[in-house]
Design a protein around this ligand. Structure first.
Ligand SMILES: C[S@@+](CC[C@H](N)C(=O)[O-])C[C@H]1O[C@@H](n2cnc3c(N)ncnc32)[C@H](O)[C@@H]1O
Length: 257
């Protein structure tokens, strides 16, 4: 795995930085929202599932392990795809999990390919209508599209908004209603949403998502380079300021038959 220079680490986005430190879960509701998404997905053994913007492949591996489906773990980032390869190799689930570098805005798959299409904290990063059209296009008729996104759960203070903008320049957060509307506009029916607090970086959610061993390893890794510590000290106050106002939303919909 390539070692990033100090200048690169100083500029890298929070998701990639956390992945470099070894964080496995990179979306706002953590494993809790993933469980809600699994319930809505109602996976059946043998189904083909796409997890686009899969990060380091944590959800894709979990789905393969628990539900006996065939998963394609896809991400646009070379770093993430490299991490997925390592994680799949270590999991012994290689026969069930494919890996691909692809863009949610232009998926290299025929229409109606997958029974389930997942995107956890990805659509909000790109052009939303285009991404959702692609998710619906590659989903089979009668299949389900499932996503987790950030939204402002409470009206943010000016400071929280400013910190969010510093961490994710240009990122606009839709309301829960906007997310449902966007999914319906993409052609999905039976659109359902559930919301919850942003927990990713609270100590209890961190421990629940990463486990004690990986949490300690991750903290230990942050101390191995000065630039990691500097980046962490820059990020943490910003995350903590924005945290009380942020939430996650799980959205699911059915592609009409
Ligand atoms: C917030 S992280 C979520 C990762 C993973 N889904 C998870 O929940 O742990 C967003 C992911 O989306 C990926 N991504 C960003 N833009 C993308 C695009 N255009 N196509 C595919 N993946 C993209 C990033 O590389 C990153 O891995």
């Amino acid at each position: 795995m390539r070692l990033f220079t100090d200048a690169e680490i100083d500029k890298i986005d929070p998701d990639h930085f956390m992945a470099i430190l070894g964080k496995r879960v990179l979306h706002p509701g953590g494993r809790r929202s993933t469980e809600e998404l699994f319930q809505r997905a109602d996976f059946r053994a043998g189904q083909r599932v796409l997890d686009i913007g899969c990060g380091v492949g944590t959800t894709a591996l979990e789905i393969a392990r628990r539900f006996g489906v065939r998963v394609l773990a896809a991400d646009i980032s070379l770093l993430m795809v490299e991490r997925v390869r390592v994680n799949v190799r270590q999991s012994e689930l290689g026969a069930q999990v494919g890996i691909e570098r692809s863009d949610i805005l232009s998926l290299p798959h025929a229409d109606n390919t997958f029974e389930r299409v997942l995107a956890e904290a990805v659509v909000l990063l790109v052009d939303r209508p285009t991404a959702l059209r692609e998710l619906v296009r590659v989903c089979k008729a009668g299949g389900r599209v499932l996503a987790t996104e950030f939204f402002w759960r409470n009206r943010p203070t000016v400071k929280a908004q400013r910190y969010m903008e510093e961490m994710a320049p240009g990122l606009r957060l839709d309301s829960a209603d906007d997310w449902a509307r966007l999914h319906r506009a993409a052609g999905l029916t039976n659109v359902q949403t559930t919301v919850g607090p942003f927990e990713l970086m609270t100590p209890s959610a961190f421990l629940r998502d990463e486990g004690l061993k990986n949490s300690l390893a991750l903290i230990g890794r942050a101390f191995t380079r000065l630039v990691y510590l500097r980046r962490m000290l820059w990020l943490m106050p910003r995350i903590l300021q924005a945290l009380p106002y942020l939430g996650y939303i799980v959205i699911s919909g059915v592609k009409p038959a």
